[in-house]
Design a protein around this ligand. Structure first.
Ligand SMILES: *Cc1c(COP(=O)(O)O)cnc(C)c1O
Length: 368
């Protein structure tokens, strides 16, 4: 059996007629940039979260950057984030001119450890970016409390956590602003790059819209210099077709994860994903841990099971951050995890046979 890590074509086939018609409609109307498809998606996405504003933009890295620039982050500022994420989270902090301040992760959930944040707050700190990594919410209550106490903003990086929940609240609705990615492999994926920022703060929404559109909302008027970051009509139409299916796909991911949990319980030294109390994991990634990670990865590859390392080097240890002078002892949890984590195939259309096949190969490895 040959398994795919993610099968985007399988999902396309379930929507083919509607998707082809939606794409054809954009071409028919020449609605390539902004226009009704983008307006509708922004409205529908904001409504899904019960927030007042959604700014769709070119990708989920831009949405982080646009939000920070629009909150006035710049040189001399510090922004706190997790040691374990995709580099978008931290590179956009640096791009504003601010300094990245990393915090180690929680040993069970891979998300930022709130108990370690206070020690990193200085008079220069402006905000905190928790990442709801792999599809599980960070521990938001203590983060929000710290932010309140020190007058900091919180921006949720929801790129991997569409419809995840924390104590009943949707991720993306707890901070001042939240950033989403619709990269094709994300839980809600476009057919190219796409992203969005959502907020209930009308003034921030206005500033973000302005910044993302060359610094002006009205044609011919530029309040500031901005950037060009637009969602195109084709991507908006694709996302519009997919959006009504998101919660069903989320449940399907949760079912795949539950099957993996059952089949992999007690196998070797495997640690399957732990879901903290009060949190609904949406399993963008199903990440296991083992001391024999590299061997297991090679074994699975030979048997037609692709796996991925998300991420093989924690952010503070990347060459890009060598200038910060960190040692592995500064982030012992993220460091311990980076050589043990392994992401298994997961997507909503995975069949019971596929799940069983993956689990069987893993068991075979630990028997050998
Ligand atoms: C995917 C991702 C992003 C960036 O999204 P793009 O749309 O690829 O720019 C940001 N943060 C995290 C945690 C991500 O996984």
């Amino acid at each position: 059996m040959k398994i795919q890590f993610v099968d985007l074509h399988a999902q396309y086939l379930t929507l083919k007629d509607e998707m082809d018609a939606a794409i054809a409609a954009v071409i028919r109307d020449s609605a390539y940039i902004r226009g009704p498809f983008v307006d509708k998606f922004e409205k529908d996405y904001a409504a899904l979260f019960g927030v007042s504003h959604c700014l769709a933009c070119a990708n989920g890295t831009d949405s982080l950057y646009i939000a920070m620039k629009s909150m006035g982050v710049g040189p001399g500022d510090e922004v706190i984030t997790t040691a374990h994420s995709w580099i978008s989270t931290s590179e956009t902090i640096s791009q504003t001119g601010a300094r990245v301040v990393f915090v180690d992760t929680d040993p069970d959930t891979y998300t930022i450890n709130p108990a370690l944040i206070a020690a990193k707050i200085t008079p220069r700190t402006k905000g905190i970016i928790p990442v709801h990594l792999y599809g599980q919410s960070a521990d938001m209550d203590p983060i929000l409390a710290l932010a309140e106490k020190h007058n900091l903003w919180v921006m949720e990086d929801c790129a991997q956590a569409h419809l995840a929940r924390y104590k009943g609240r949707l991720t993306g609705t707890m901070g001042r602003v939240a950033s989403f990615s619709f990269y094709p492999g994300k839980n809600l994926g476009a057919y190219g790059d796409a992203g969005a920022a959502i907020t209930n703060d009308a003034e921030l929404a206005r500033r973000m819209t302005c910044f993302a559109r060359h610094g002006g909302i009205k044609k011919g008027e530029h309040e500031i210099e901005g950037i060009n970051s637009r969602l195109d009509g084709l991507q908006a139409a694709v996302l519009g077709v997919k959006l009504p299916h998101l919660s069903k796909w989320t449940e399907a991911r949760q079912r795949v994860a539950a099957r993996y949990n059952e089949l992999l319980a007690g196998v070797g030294d495997l640690v399957t994903p732990k879901v903290a109390e009060g949190r609904d994991h949406v399993y963008h990634l199903y990440v296991i841990r083992t001391e024999r990670r590299d061997e297991l990865m090679a074994f699975l590859k030979e048997r037609g099971v692709p796996t991925v390392l998300n991420y093989p080097v924690a952010l503070p240890f990347l060459q890009a951050y060598a200038y910060l002078g960190h040692t592995t002892a500064d982030f012992p949890v993220a460091y311990a995890h980076q050589s043990r984590i392994l992401s298994l195939p997961i997507y909503p259309e995975m069949t019971e046979e596929m799940i069983a096949y993956v689990a069987e190969q893993i068991k075979a490895f630990f028997r050998s």
